[in-house]
Design a protein. Structure first.
Length: 308
């Protein structure tokens, strides 16, 4: 407690108390400027509280490997095969038209000279369509074989059986010359039989037999292979008549390839619709068109005094 120096203590004047902390008044802390960012922190060792020492992987891949649904894979491969086969059929048709045009130019050249522009256009169209048909044929063949393999897996999974033929025999049956005349049709007939058995349309004890659609595809496949080999071997012959006959062979080979691609599209769609369950949201609303053979519904007798 302190009093003014010019007044005695106890004279009734106001007294002012001043309290100070021990050690005297502390100076105010100065505000520190924010430190500049110098990068992430570094540690001499791997912290124990951090992430495990593993490479980044998807969470589903850590415990077990995810299983691929064969039905979903069949759906995707059927769409890709359908697109490739559609392009294959279109290009093969253009190639057939180009070969027919070339044969017409050969007939015209017997009596008069041909225009250089017409010859150049014919050669360009024949070469371009021929190369594209080979490329699209290989692409559609890859997708179709993959579709066949996964469709066999899906069918075997529905029937809870093991496929009779291993997958390498199916692939080899498509690639090996001579064997590929018979093996693809047999594998497709077995697949169709298994799908129909799973759908309840056939009995498992019956012998697999191809339907009319599969039989037509099988015949067009064998015919296109035979005509393709014949046209390829015929190209080694010399002479004007041999060239003209080669044009005719190429024309029919292109027609057979287009027909085979079109039938393959129908077969893939037919088998896929049997394997994959239909989406109820895409189905048309059912409608009663007519009733036949049903008994007449009972009706109450009409009172005589009922108003009409």
């Amino acid at each position: 407690m302190t009093t003014p120096p010019d007044r005695p203590a106890g004279s009734g004047l106001r007294v002012e108390w001043v309290a100070t902390p021990p050690g005297g008044l502390r100076p105010r802390r100065r505000a520190r400027p924010p430190a500049r960012y110098s990068g992430p922190p570094s540690y001499p060792g791997v912290p124990r509280w951090g992430f495990p020492l593993l490479g980044w992987r998807w969470p589903l891949a850590l415990p077990t490997r995810p299983q691929v649904d064969p039905v979903q894979r069949v759906t995707w491969l059927s769409a890709m095969s359908w697109s490739a086969l559609w392009l294959m059929a279109a290009v093969s048709g253009v190639a057939a038209v180009a070969e027919a045009w070339r044969y017409g130019l050969l007939l015209m050249s017997r009596g008069s000279a041909l225009s250089k522009v017409a010859l150049d256009l014919s050669d360009t169209l024949v070469v371009t369509s021929g190369v594209l048909s080979w490329l699209l044929g290989a692409t559609s063949g890859v997708f179709a074989v993959l579709w066949l393999v996964w469709a066999r897996r899906a069918s075997a999974r529905q029937l809870e059986v093991v496929p009779r033929r291993p997958e390498w025999q199916v692939v080899a049956g498509v690639l090996v010359p001579g064997w590929n005349l018979v093996a693809p049709g047999t594998a497709l007939a077995e697949l169709e039989h298994g799908v129909l058995v799973a759908a309840g349309a056939r009995r498992a004890a019956e012998r697999p037999r191809p339907s009319r659609l599969v039989g037509w595809w099988w015949g067009s496949w064998a015919l296109s292979l035979l005509l393709g080999w014949a046209a390829l071997l015929w190209g080694f012959r010399d002479g004007v008549q041999a060239m003209a006959d080669g044009v005719v062979l190429h024309f029919w080979a292109d027609v057979a390839a287009a027909a085979c691609a079109a039938l393959a599209m129908r077969v893939i769609t037919y088998v896929t619709n049997l394997l994959v369950p239909s989406d109820p949201t895409l189905l048309a609303r059912p409608r009663v068109v007519g009733v036949r053979g049903a008994p007449e519904p009972p009706r109450a007798a009409r009172p005589a005094d009922a108003p009409r």
